[in-house]
Design a protein around this ligand. Sequence first.
Ligand SMILES: [Zn+2]
Length: 434
Amino acid sequence: MKRFSFPQRLRGFSLGLLLGSTLLTAQAQSPAAPATLLLRPAAVFDGETLHAGWVVVVEGDRIKAVGPAATISAPVGARTLDLPGQTLLPGLIEGHSHLLLHPYNETSWNDQVLQESQALRVARATAHARHTLLAGYTTARDLGSEGAGYADVGVKQAIEQGIIPGPRLLVATRALVATGSYGPKLSVDVDVPQGAQEADGTDGIVRAVREQIGKGADLIKVYADYRWGKGEPSRPTFSQEELTLIVQTARAAGRPVVAHASTPEGMRRATLAGVETIEHGDGGTPEIFKLMKQRGVALCPTVAAGDAISQYQGWKKGQGPMPERLEQKRLSMQAARKSGVIIAIGGDVGVFQHGDNSREAELLVQKYGFSALEVVQGQTSGNARIFHLQDRGRIQPGLLADLVAVAGDPTRQITALRQVKLVLKGGVVYTNDK
Ligand SMILES: [Zn+2]
């Protein structure tokens, strides 16, 4: 595993710990003001196009200027960072993470939900947040705490207050499931904590959506289908009326809804209800993708999750036939591509290692026929557009100085995304291997 240099801000924290808690608190609340920087990479990818020989000026937490080196002079007092052989990109946006989960081959999902304390899970999440940021992902849509209540709201606050390093988060909190449809399930005699909040019917649904928003949800996540019993295929859970009510209630509060769905009927109901993205979509058909396209609903295919789970279940990648699940995914992705449905990019990271986020990008290029350019556009300007993040996802004056420099050119060679040399979030340098 690649080792990153420790973020500069954390070095300050260690010092603060040595010098006493007053300094630590002061630093936590007001980290060193970001300086004026002139970044000189080999090329700038602005979110759409690669520009060789461009430079970027960062002032405070914003991008001040971008353009050909000859047209931009360094502001007085600017620190120059030469980034030879590197491409400077907008900070990457992870479309589907669970900071409160860790890989299922370490601990099964059931055991994480039932046997791991909230404190343990939060402590892990702080490490996960750091790994995510240092992998170049300066924003993440975190789609459900999976039994850890509202802990994602606290993790987000800790990042915003500079207590721990991590990406800017959009959090879903508990997520909504129809009663009886989710897990863990032990026996009929024992009610155990569930991985999401159960809600049904008009009153129950309205109350649950409002409760989650009141406690800090930036968006609502709903499970439109799931397997009702062990070993069963997924089937729809919420009715059309229930899904529509979830979207109406959330929308009135300015929150988008995202749906977990992998059956055609679950995807159809979620689309008609007005969700903004459908997560997974493994059983999507040409008709469903056409409907999604018509309604402007994006597909977040999470191909890395299926790839990881298949390996946890014994598939030896590169040997033997592809598991049926992945064969099905390949076919549905062909249909999705053909339909022209908008693609959001997110891997369901947490199922696999946090910090390994670029696995999704690599698989989309290596196994699903996407070009590296399309994927890098998707992870920057594309995800920003789909998630309504107008202040990031591109390198333009006035936008947040969330930037990542990687060795090589990821618009041609997607594996270059792994070669992270520098991460800036709000103008603050988090890694710099020089
Ligand atoms: Zn997920």
